[in-house]
Design a protein around this ligand. Structure first.
Ligand SMILES: [Zn+2]
Length: 326
């Protein structure tokens, strides 16, 4: 039973820096604009109850939750809305010891383009084994993952334009989000086999994607399976997005899948967010996240500084709060 979702670690992408000549596409390439989604705000009382303990002046993360009304009934069964609200409440408790509070902006539902409901997480051309030089974070900054066309269309279509789009986390309930990674078959670094994982949650973190994701939608997190046992998928995915690290904890360096009952960023029942160098600076990195703000006395949002170099693991934003390893 997979508890805290599957997220990407072994993916290495090619740079999205290539450009194509600007010519008009032939008529056959013209695709109809997707219809605008009519979103309806629901469960306002439950959302207000979840936010009842928010305090002005504390570091805060704004989160919106989109729950399409046309999810397949079997998908609704494994991703029940009530379960997601439970997970959100749990995530608040997980982050509370760090002094950070989560603000659920709203919960919206509406009919989306059915093509948005099942997507691949990355483009084919950005899939590459992790057999290169430097640690995984270094490799990823050299060859970032990039969104597949389907993921890009879905996120652009679902996430409504709004102030602070790029500073807001958006939880998207979907049916299937597939992630391809490569398995080293014999530890020689010579032979690799692709594996496709049907994820439970995916955070599209900056340490993997850098600035290949348009700023407006960079806060996206997909959810496809409720963690009915530990109820930690949302907290874990928020950890990837906000701490901006892979699956690592204390002496355990980033790996694809590792199970433990300690550490929010490992698979299992753990929810610790350690601090200090021995804690891989998780708490310190979290507090520097560009998704955090504080309200000043006039009610104005004072945002943390933004990433300086795409938001990869070693972004200068983090100063000394990184671990050098091979
Ligand atoms: Zn993960």
């Amino acid at each position: 039973m997979i508890n805290k979702l599957i997220c990407a670690v072994m993916l290495i992408g090619v740079s999205s820096g290539c450009t194509s000549p600007s010519v008009s596409p032939p008529p056959t390439d013209v695709i109809a604009e997707p219809r605008t989604i009519i979103w309806t705000t629901i469960k306002a009382a439950e959302v207000a109850a979840l936010n009842a303990d928010l305090q002005a002046g504390k570091p805060t993360v704004d989160v919106g939750l989109y729950y399409p009304s046309n999810l397949h009934e079997d998908a609704r069964a494994i991703l029940p809305l009530e379960g997601l609200l439970e997970e959100f409440a749990n995530a608040k408790r997980v982050f509370e010891p760090t002094g950070i509070q989560l603000n659920l902006l709203w919960l919206k539902t509406g009919t989306v383009d059915p093509g948005f409901l099942a997507i691949n997480s990355t483009s084919d051309r950005s899939q590459m084994p992790s057999g290169g030089y430097g640690n995984l974070y270094v490799q990823r900054s050299q060859t970032p993952s990039e969104l597949s066309d389907g993921a890009l269309a879905a996120f652009e279509g679902i996430i409504e334009p709004a102030d602070n789009n790029s500073r807001t986390v958006y939880l998207l309930a979907l049916q299937n989000v597939y992630m391809t990674f490569f398995e080293n078959l014999d530890d020689t670094g010579r032979n690799w086999a692709p594996k496709v994982v049907n994820t439970s949650g995916l955070s599209f973190p900056s340490y993997m994607y850098g600035d290949t994701i348009p700023d407006r939608i960079r806060g996206v997190i997909t959810l496809t399976k409720h963690d009915s046992k530990n109820k930690l998928t949302i907290a874990h995915e928020l950890g990837h997005k906000l701490i901006n690290v892979s699956h690592e904890y204390k002496a355990i360096g980033p790996q694809h899948e590792i199970r433990s009952d300690e550490g929010l960023m490992l698979y299992g029942s753990g929810s610790q967010i350690p601090s200090g160098k021995e804690g891989r600076w998780h708490q310190e990195r979290l507090l520097l996240s560009p998704y955090l703000y504080r309200l000043d006395k006039t009610g104005k949002q004072i945002w943390n500084a933004d990433y300086e170099a795409g938001g990869f693991y070693y972004d200068p934003l983090y100063g000394d709060y990184t671990i050098a390893f091979e």
